[in-house]
Design a protein around this ligand. Structure first.
Ligand code: NI
Length: 169
């Protein structure tokens, strides 16, 4: 297991469409996911996709257990015009920045676990958002490409000078 270097926006690998996982249950796949997990945890991310550590494979992990953080305080920041589905995002490949992205609030997703067992879930809210964010990585899409109003996109310490008000990424 190892903490790996996270590629940052601008690296061409982040713009590639990643290749499907062909073999499950292998030592290589376990090692990859263990490294992704170590890297995500040390950087306090909610999720990570294999391309972010330089492996162009369709593998993602994320953690959607409820986290105790206060919601962002309204007022003083660009919140006008927010609609259902709008939410703040961040990304380990875009460190220090945040932006509002519109996502589907409910979705069904399918995939496979490490051993190739099927996963089929219908999810809402933050779980649905994280799935869309991570799945986008596999298609070479970074969340800033989906920020509709760039006035909501900026450095988190400028957007949220009171860091206790920082919402989850
Ligand atoms: Ni990301």
């Amino acid at each position: 297991m190892a903490v790996r270097t996270v590629l940052r926006m601008g690296h061409p690998l982040l713009l590639q469409v990643a290749a499907p996982v062909e073999r499950f249950g292998t030592a290589e796949l376990r090692q990859l996911v263990a490294d992704m997990d170590d890297t995500m945890r040390v950087l306090n991310g909610a999720g990570i996709a294999a391309p972010q550590i330089g492996v162009s494979l369709r593998a993602v992990i994320f953690e959607v257990t409820p986290r105790i953080r206060r919601p962002a305080r309204p007022g003083g920041r660009p919140r006008a015009g927010r609609r259902r589905g709008d939410g703040l995002e961040g990304c380990l490949s875009v460190p220090g920045l945040r932006g509002i992205v519109a996502r589907h609030t409910k979705l069904r997703y399918r995939g496979f676990d490490l051993d190739g067992r099927p996963i089929d879930r219908t999810v809402t809210g933050f779980h649905a958002r994280v799935v869309q964010h991570e799945a986008d990585h596999l298609d070479g899409i970074l969340y800033p490409m989906r920020v509709a109003d760039l006035r909501s996109f900026g450095f988190e310490d400028e957007l949220f000078p009171d860091r206790s008000a920082l919402p989850p990424d």
